[in-house]
Design a protein around this ligand. Structure first.
Ligand code: PRX
Length: 571
């Protein structure tokens, strides 16, 4: 065991004395980094962008280094500040005010980031949507949040069921197209005409900032609601965990449709005034290595599935690039296999630092710090300011080395402040003052946490969180499908893949064409990442007497495990 521990190297890390900081740190200590310490009012757009734009020494510093197939661009803090002011003016002109929900549905592009900050400057709540979402996924989210406006591209417009969204007043289209409806606003025309000065909306610390929809094991996706105060944790973890320094070139590979892509793809780096690389387009190992090399990336935050793909691409490929600028590597979203850490040591001569958190937690909570020993397979230890433990089903703490539910003492700055439209769901996360994560884990005697799995049926495929209920609901809309049960099936590269068990309606006969048609149906209506990679036809789907699909049993069948107590199975 000890052999596998990887000590920290010598280094000028931002957080060097974990134990001492842990003993003394209070969140209030970090208020001094922000202008609201004096004014009591806040806007994350000011702290992340305008503050650096007002400062003559950082105004012309590159904030955004964008590259995608066919487009390379860079924007300074001054430029993002001015452009997002323009966009905020456009939004105001069309009646956007504090608290309105304004959604973004487009690929990663400079316009995305300009729009996001424009929204935040008006005091509205931003809702980023993953660009791969299809009609049903888009509808669910815009409907539930009662979105007032959407910013999207002409290409994605066909996935927006406008007639079914009565609260959606306007759609801002980014791209050249003929404007045919009074509902559409042309992004570029409006930006040209807009003023680049804007009176930012000063918010209270607890005012709404962002909604990220995420999946649970039951029901539709839920709108996880975050407030401006979360920035304090984005900032502090940017300092301690990402170890950001002024001259860093930082790259987070996550899409801003997911929480990592906002908390750590936007806020943490820019709160620190660091140059942020954004890469559009799809994943290939060559493109990613090119990006690291071309921009001399120094801090890189990515995910286990991507790392495993790099491992498969082989060590020879790594050797053809120059990664001498890279000094700090991090991972999030899924269990990070020790073998990948071992590979990282060989390929980059660097440790990979796993971090654990969730959409609901808003920022990192349990991490491997650069100055601490890494125990491969462990998610690390809680950051200063965070109390983490393992609880039983009643919310009682349990001793080290016993598996239970990973829980965090409620009330940290970036914790979600609600589930949109669903207060009872929000309340259901908390017991005895603990936020209960739904992840099973244990803690060793030294305070390192070890992830074991999910306690519910939520699927984690390539780091993307998928609710089985949503997939099942979509499957049974297909004319051939009578019933469906969906599980995550372990997969060496993607962590899990989605597997569906279905029964067919009378008159339909199993064939590979039919199964492919069903798969495509989910893909085109919900999202590509939610489409089952495997579909198996059964004579019946096991259900409890109350009609609940027994996904656990399906999983046991799949894995060839003992099926345990089946007393509630419908006969
Ligand atoms: O099961 C845990 C897994 O991802 C879930 C949260 O997913 P999401 O809300 O989409 O947020 C992902 C990124 C913040 C968790 O409940 N997860 C996240 N990080 C890790 C992890 N599983 C194992 N190790 C991790 N480091």
């Amino acid at each position: 065991m000890d052999m596998q521990r990887i000590p920290a190297r010598e280094g000028n890390y931002n957080l060097r004395n974990y134990d001492e900081t842990r003993a003394t740190f209070k969140w209030e200590d970090a208020h001094k980094y922000f202008s609201w310490d004096k004014t009591g009012k806040v806007n994350i757009a000011y702290e992340a962008i305008d503050r650096h734009a007002e400062n003559p020494s950082t105004k012309d510093k590159v904030a955004l280094l964008y590259s995608a197939p066919g487009r390379e661009e860079s924007l300074t803090f001054g430029e993002i500040s001015a452009e997002s002011n323009k966009f905020a003016n456009v939004l105001r002109k069309y009646g956007v005010h504090k608290g309105d929900r304004i959604f973004l549905f487009m690929p990663r592009s400079p316009e995305f980031y300009i729009s996001l900050f424009g929204i935040l400057k008006t005091g509205a709540i931003a809702g980023p949507l993953f660009e791969a979402f299809m009609e049903q996924a888009v509808r669910d989210r815009l409907e539930d949040s009662e979105a007032k406006m959407l910013i999207t591209t002409p290409d994605l417009l066909e996935r927006v069921p406008q007639e079914e969204l009565p609260t959606l007043e306007k759609i801002i289209l980014v791209g050249n197209q003929e404007i045919e409806s009074s509902k559409y606003i042309d992004f570029y025309n409006e930006m040209e005409a807009a003023s680049s000065s804007f009176e930012i909306e000063w918010m209270d610390l607890e005012d709404g900032m962002l909604i990220h929809y995420t999946s649970g094991s039951t029901g539709k996706p839920k709108g996880v609601y975050h407030v401006h105060y979360a920035m304090i944790q984005h900032y502090v973890t940017g300092e301690w965990v990402l170890d950001l320094k002024e001259d860093d070139v930082y790259w987070c590979t996550a899409d801003p449709g997911w929480v990592t892509g906002t908390s750590y793809g936007v806020f943490a780096p820019w709160l620190h005034g660091v140059t942020n690389v954004i890469r559009g387009g799809r994943f290939t190992p060559e493109d990613w290595y090119d990006t690291l090399e071309k921009h001399s990336v120094s801090v890189w935050y990515t995910a286990p599935t991507a790392l495993r793909m790099l491992v498969s691409a082989g060590e020879d490929l790594v050797k053809t690039y120059d990664f001498s600028s890279l000094r700090h590597l991090l991972s999030v979203g899924e269990p990070l296999n020790p073998e990948v850490i071992t590979w990282g040591l060989k390929a980059f001569d660097l440790r990979i630092h796993d971090t654990w958190w969730m959409t609901e937690t808003g920022a990192q909570l349990i991490v491997n710090l650069p100055s601490e020993e890494v125990r491969p397979g462990s998610m690390g230890k809680p950051i200063p300011g965070i109390e983490a433990t393992i609880v039983d089903n009643e919310g009682n703490e349990i001793p080290p080395n016993q598996m239970g539910n990973l829980a965090i003492r409620a009330g940290w700055p970036s914790m979600m402040r609600g589930v949109w439209n669903n207060p009872s769901k929000f309340e259901s996360y908390f017991i005895n003052g603990w936020y209960v994560s739904g992840d099973s884990a244990y803690r060793d005697e030294d305070g390192y946490f070890w992830f074991q799995g999910r306690l519910d049926d939520v699927i984690n495929t390539s780091g993307e969180r998928v609710g089985p209920f949503e997939v099942e609901s979509k499957l049974i809309e297909h004319p051939a499908v009578a019933e469906a049960g969906v599980i995550g099936k372990p997969d060496p590269q993607r962590g899990e893949i989605i597997k569906a068990f279905i029964t067919l309606n009378p008159g339909f006969v199993e064939s590979s064409e039919l199964l492919e048609d069903i798969r495509q149906f989910v893909k085109t209506e919900l999202a590509a990442h939610a489409a089952p990679r495997e579909i198996e036809v059964k004579d019946s789907i096991p259900k409890t007497r109350s009609g609940k699909i027994m996904r656990r049993l399906l999983k046991s069948w799949e894995l060839g495990l003992p099926t345990g107590d089946m007393s509630t199975l419908e006969v």
